[in-house]
Design a protein around this ligand. Sequence first.
Ligand SMILES: [Fe+2]
Length: 246
Amino acid sequence: MSLLSRIFHTAPVRKDFAFLHTDMHSHILPGLDDGASNMEEALGYCRALVSAGFQKAIFTPHIMMGVYPNQPQEIAQVAERLSDELRWANIALETSFAAEYMVDESLVERLQKNEPILEMQGGYVLIEMSYAAPSPYLESVVFQLQLQNKKPILAHPERYLYDHHTDHFERLKDMGCALQLNLLSLTDYYGPPVRKKALSLLKLGAYDFLGTDLHHLRHQEALQALQTHTKTMDRLVAYPWCNKWL
Ligand SMILES: [Fe+2]
């Protein structure tokens, strides 16, 4: 690089997510779902979270009937192994774990039988719906969770494109269900309709929590690219996220 191009070459400013403190949605526990497949990969994602400014990560593997039938005890064991590996690798990331529960018959049954549910600090429970069709159980699950003194958080409402009505989400909020935005929804990673919906829910002030939903290297790279979008990052910094509660 010539002297002149060195003088005029400026790398894009990279902002970080330190303002959030905690990433409350990720698929980093190895071998449990469609996220990290081994420990080395998991450590790489944790390193990336630290370099992006996060101080804490809550690992939330899928629990989904017939696809990812993860049990709380198994998740706890893998989380402990990763936490040990982080210490040995000298990666300064505080960790915790919960799950991302698909709202399906198995969750309804789990709640009816009063079986243990993995929750975050403060009793928050992360739930999701299919991207193909709404769940007929959503409102009853939100109600049941609250009967058990838990606080539901619906993951990435902007990705449920079959639901075009923001008033449905307002109704869920009125029922006591918090909403979580995926960071990459603010880019075109999931497509322009998701981005548009995320921006309109953000403008309404409908979201409570912000998460990476990090599954793989493409997500990690897209998050790094987002950090150079100054306008989006400034907008996120100015929003009253509740991540520090978790
Ligand atoms: Fe997820």
